[in-house]
Design a protein around this ligand. Structure first.
Ligand code: NAD
Length: 290
């Protein structure tokens, strides 16, 4: 059972707009409780015009840490006193630590995908990864993957964004390309890719019958990750399973990005299984297909 809240309880929160469907409180409170930490995690809806007041207010109230979600990941960076290299590169933060009024910013989205892949037995060294999408999550994923993979291809319906990410990643010295997201291009790139990551919102509820990838292009030796976690089993994940491919769902990214934030805030090893169970039970309560 969680400790009674007292004057000593440390507070953490996620801020975003909308925020009512966030799974972060369930995941972090379960971990705090499991480790017997006198911490509590809550959620606040913060509109864009109130972001600065909210961040300054959190600081004044001594809130120990924040998760930041849409639409504030970029704009929150202007209130940071220190930013880690991923935040500087991506121009976006999803984790803030309040160290006696000094705000330190991190971005754990890319680490979340990297850990989800590795902890599900997928090696990236020497591999080619195909990423669909060039939004905030795709960019964070590309940044983390660049250190590990040999080759990365990013496809986006606005090819300019994919090419911008590709050219920003050039200093890593790997083969990286940005191109148009068309059915033909997906099919061509899949022929020599080892890992496919859907980092677009395609397949997300309520459009659960949609996928950018034709089932016939999926092969048993492909590893397929979908970062969409609502539903947990997207059409892409279902098709990949049918094709005999190894699959990783978006819940794993959510879990490992949350675990990375947890470790930054608490300096304790995140209890992964406890956090995963909390996410699954919250999602099944919400009627999601687990
Ligand atoms: P974003 O708005 O920054 O980017 C959305 C991307 O999807 C863009 O590249 C856009 O071009 C593409 N897209 C949207 N509709 C498309 C369509 N019909 N056809 C082709 N491309 C399309 O959003 P984001 O923050 O990058 O998030 C993307 C998805 O990832 C969302 O569904 C979000 O919920 C999910 N996400 C999951 C996690 C996790 O922890 N599992 C974390 C972050 C984001």
């Amino acid at each position: 059972m969680r400790m009674a809240i007292s004057g000593r309880t440390e507070v953490f929160a996620v801020i975003g707009d909308p925020i009512e469907h966030t799974l972060s409180p369930a995941m972090h409170n379960a971990a705090f409780e499991y480790l017997g930490l006198d911490f509590v995690f809550t959620a606040f809806r913060v509109t864009s015009d109130e972001l600065e007041n909210a961040v300054r207010g959190a600081c004044a109230l001594g809130i120990r840490g924040l998760n930041v979600t849409m639409p504030h990941k970029s704009s929150v960076t202007e209130f940071l006193d220190w930013a880690d290299p991923s935040v500087k590169f991506l121009g976006a933060a999803n984790t803030i630590v309040n160290e006696r009024g000094r705000l330190r910013g991190f971005n754990t989205d890319g680490i979340g995908v990297l850990k989800a892949l590795k902890n599900n037995g997928i090696t990236l060294t020497g591999k080619k990864v195909l990423v669909l999408g060039a939004g905030g999550a795709a960019k964070a994923i590309a940044f983390s993957l660049m250190k590990e993979v040999d080759e990365l291809c990013i496809l986006n319906r606005d090819a300019t964004k994919a090419r911008e990410i590709a050219s920003a990643m050039k200093p890593f010295g790997k083969i990286i390309e940005g191109n148009n997201l068309t059915p033909q291009q997906i099919q061509v790139e899949l022929q020599d890719s080892d890992v496919l990551i859907n980092a677009t919102s395609v397949g997300m509820a309520p459009c659960t019958s949609e996928s950018l990838v034709h089932p016939a292009w999926l092969k048993p030796d492909l590893r397929v990750m979908d970062i969409v976690y609502n539903p947990i089993e997207t059409k892409l994940i279902r098709d990949a399973k049918t094709a005999g491919a190894k699959v990783i769902n978006g819940l794993e990214m959510l879990l490992y990005q949350g675990a990375a934030s947890f470790e930054i805030w608490t300096q304790c090893k995140a209890p992964i299984d406890v956090m995963r169970s909390a996410l699954l039970s919250r999602l099944s309560c919400a009627g999601a297909t687990v």
